[in-house]
Write a new protein. Structure first.
Lengths: 480, 308
């Protein structure tokens, strides 16, 4: 199955970065971060953008923008002195119909909004102006029900994923939300903007630290406390919605592009790139209590561990067993200067890092896995119906890892004989260590073909960023 | 004008767009089969009473012009355009044409600042008037032939407590009264708030299906009645003291401050208010209530003059 969610982004909704970027360096930085996301979206394979804005509030169920070409001149009710924003959008109305159907089937009131002059909220308009001003991609919008609690918001998010699958096109998800939302209540010169509370600032930074680690589910879990402590924008419903859509997990590469005060509130631009296949969860239950939700996650975890222990009898398993790897979101390997190596023959990174970097007489390689270059395919692995690993072959994967290491060294024009240190990460030490060691010995040590005998450290880890069972981190010494 | 201006009436003038929709005015695009007659007929009685007093200006404080930094007033003489309710766009798509009393707006701005309030004048010609203000103005004066002053609802006091919000609205009311006195005009204040505000989260297929309309919860009705009793008994100071609890218990929309502003501007009247109507709209409690300041101030010096 293809990865339909190309990326998730969190952006602020106040108009200052768009209308007043020249009045505060922080606003300019936020604007630059918006531009960075625009580039990412446009370089991705996204075919449309889906917005969830905490400023489009509804009280009767959910609304979906269905005017194919809304246009207006927006003036914010509070920030009218910053100026007007003339906008014209291209709306993906077919997706809106899919999403409305899904939410209606859950028993909610839905409205497909197709009225000239309908007031699209400031947050969505600002995000549109930054991310898609030329309407290169069509856009979709869903409202935020201000009375919906956590479970409902999560479920409406998950309904969004079902709609994405029914629509069948790749999408970039943008949630428009502030962080802490305690405004200055005084008239403050914009150039002197600052966070209205140190406590809010501390909470914002903690939340961003967790998001930077890609732990969306964890942030969703603390949203209520964050709201109590730092008055999070609309109870941080946007995070609940996003977490519901992506299936409640922490498997993202997170990156905080910017964090700044916006009239006392916290504003951040964050990118979350999924490292596992995002798809709807069969049998998603609209739980009434968090406890039930946690129990369900525990069951999933147990099922996955049991499945991972299965080592044989693959052929006799039901038809849902697959050897096709989930699509893995990758980053373009790009060398920013002569010290960095971007290897064409190695698999693309799953985060913003080079394949290798020269520092003095040393060449440090990033962790290398077994993925086939140019694809998401991982050799020697079988997946179940829900994308869980049923079986892996450490021999095949170790051989593939070493092949990829060779590709990076070749690109750097460094011989394998220069390797001086290897760090090994295995996901199942007990089961795989011996077989791994046999392959390793073919390349390293007295009888190895690579002509080196590096120091080595081997550890077991709970998981690696992609569904692989082995990863190596290599250092080479380039001196004599 | 040499004579001091006067507040001739204060009105609790709720703004459910349903009432405009049900009236089928030519300015509103959607058509209906009617509905909510008790409230609409109450508004008709209000219209007669207000228009007979020949006001020079209507001041409306609306919770749907929401500001976070200060209290804003319209500062351009004319606004014309299309207002679409973001919550009920199927009911309210209204072509409005408003004349603004910019002089009075400026005086309110000035007096508010003297009281230490953050005040702003809105001068962006692209600004769209909110549906709350339009609804209250339309239902009070369908001809739109009396200039208006629109005042925003500053929500920031509510970050702290209902009581802090009340205090600010009392100051704004006093500043408004001083500004009206300086203007020499005969003014009507419209507090564009419903009462209890918990509502249904779905609506009938035919929005005006009156067989489906009732108060959301009996407790709301009881709270609304207690508040109306105080209004009818002329106990407005006591009423304002009770509002913070009413806001919490009945999710009352008066939290947005319009009623407190209006009663403060009237000097917390001790004469009975006239309840023209009470009814529910999608479960919320709404009352059209008039404080006939002109009649009750006859023979006395107007409250605004005393305090100016």
């Amino acid at each position: 199955m293809n990865q339909l969610v190309t990326g998730c982004y969190i952006v602020p909704g106040l108009p200052h970065p768009y209308l007043a970027a020249n009045r505060n360096p922080g606003y300019r930085k936020l604007a630059d971060a918006f531009h960075r996301i625009r580039e990412e979206i446009h370089q991705s394979s996204a075919e449309y953008i889906l917005y969830f804005s905490t400023q489009w509030l509804t009280v009767l169920g959910y609304s979906f923008q269905a005017d194919p070409q809304p246009e207006w001149v927006l003036v914010d009710h509070n920030w009218h002195d910053l100026g007007s924003i003339r906008y014209k959008m291209r709306v993906e109305t077919e997706f809106a119909a899919h999403y409305a159907r899904e939410v209606k089937s859950m028993g909610h009131t839905v409205r497909e909004v197709n009225y000239k002059g309908f007031p699209i909220d400031t947050g969505t308009v600002v995000a549109h102006q930054f991310l898609n001003p030329d309407n290169r991609l069509p856009e979709a919008m869903v409202s935020c029900n201000m009375y919906a609690e956590k479970q409902e918001t999560l479920s409406v998010g998950q309904a969004g994923m079902r709609a994405i699958e029914a629509f069948g096109k790749k999408v970039a998800i943008v949630v428009v939300t502030g962080l802490s939302s305690r405004y200055h209540t005084e008239d403050l010169p914009l150039e002197k903007d600052f966070l209205s509370s140190q406590k809010d600032d501390e909470w914002n930074r903690k939340i961003l630290e967790i998001l930077g680690e890609g732990r969306l589910e964890d942030v969703s879990e603390v949203a209520r406390e964050y709201t109590r402590q730092a008055n999070a924008d609309m109870g941080f419903r946007a995070i609940w919605w996003l977490n519901g859509l992506t299936g409640k997990h922490n498997s993202f590469v997170g990156q905080v592009y910017e964090y700044q005060p916006l009239y006392g509130t916290g504003a951040a631009v964050v990118s979350l790139k999924p490292t596992q296949l995002i798809r709807s969860i069969p049998g998603w239950v609209n739980d009434e209590a968090d406890l039930v939700e946690r129990m369900d996650r525990e069951r999933d975890r147990l099922r996955s561990r049991r499945a991972a222990a299965v080592t044989s009898d693959i052929a006799s398993r039901p038809a849902e067993v697959s050897t096709t790897s989930p699509t893995i979101v990758t980053f373009e390997a790009k060398a920013r200067d002569a010290s960095e190596i971007a290897a064409r023959g190695a698999p693309a990174p799953v985060g913003p890092y080079p394949h290798a970097k020269r520092v003095g007489d040393f060449l440090f390689l990033s962790g290398v896995g077994p993925r086939q270059p140019g694809t998401s395919d991982i050799p020697g692995v079988s997946f179940g119906a829900e994308g869980e690993v049923l079986h892996h072959d450490v021999v095949l994967q170790t051989e593939a890892v070493l092949k990829n290491i060779k590709a990076v060294l070749d690109e750097a024009k460094v011989s394998t004989s220069k390797i001086v240190d290897v760090q090994v990460y295995l996901t199942d030490m007990k089961r795989d260590f011996q077989r791994f060691n046999k392959v390793y010995a073919q390349y390293f040590g007295a009888h190895g073909s690579w002509g080196c005998n590096p120091t080595r450290t081997t550890v077991e880890v709970t998981a690696l960023p992609t569904p692989i069972c082995v990863e190596l981190k290599v250092t080479a010494y380039l001196g004599e | 004008m040499s004579q001091a201006g006067k507040i001739i009436a204060g009105v609790l003038a709720p703004h459910p767009p349903h009432l405009v929709y049900a009236s089928n005015p030519p300015q509103n695009e959607p058509r209906s089969e009617g509905g909510w007659e008790v409230l609409r007929w109450g508004y008709e009685r209000l219209q007669k009473s207000i228009l007979a007093k020949k006001p020079d200006v209507l001041l409306v404080h609306s919770p749907h012009w929401m500001t976070t930094v200060g209290h804003h007033v319209l500062g351009l003489p004319h606004f014309k355009g299309l207002s679409v309710d973001p919550i009920f766009p199927h009911l309210f798509r209204f072509q409005y044409d408003l004349k603004v009393d910019v002089d009075l707006s400026s005086l309110i701005h000035e007096e508010g600042r003297k009281s230490g309030l953050i005040m702003k004048v809105m001068k962006n010609p692209d600004f769209r008037i909110d549906y709350g203000a339009i609804t209250s103005c339309y239902l009070t004066n369908p001809a739109f032939d009396i200039p208006v002053v629109c005042i925003s609802s500053n929500n920031s006091p509510y970050y702290f407590s209902n009581e802090v919000g009340q205090q600010q609205m009392e100051s704004l009311g006093e500043a408004t009264a001083r500004a009206i006195a300086r203007s020499g005009k005969r003014a009507v204040l419209l507090a564009s708030n419903s009462m209890s505000h918990r509502h249904f989260t779905s609506e009938p297929e035919i929005p005006e299906d009156m067989s489906k309309e009732h108060i959301y919860h009996h407790g709301q009705y009881l709270w609304d009645m207690e508040m109306l009793k105080l209004m009818r008994a002329g106990r407005s100071r006591e009423l304002v003291d009770c509002l913070p609890e009413f806001m919490d218990m009945a999710l009352a929309e008066v939290k947005a401050g319009a009623l407190t502003w209006m009663l403060s501007a009237l000097g917390f009247p001790q004469y009975p208010a006239e309840v023209h109507a009470y009814g529910s709209v999608i479960g919320t409690g709404n009352a059209v209530v008039e404080w006939d300041h002109w009649t009750h101030a006859q023979g006395e010096v107007a409250t605004s003059e005393v305090r100016s």
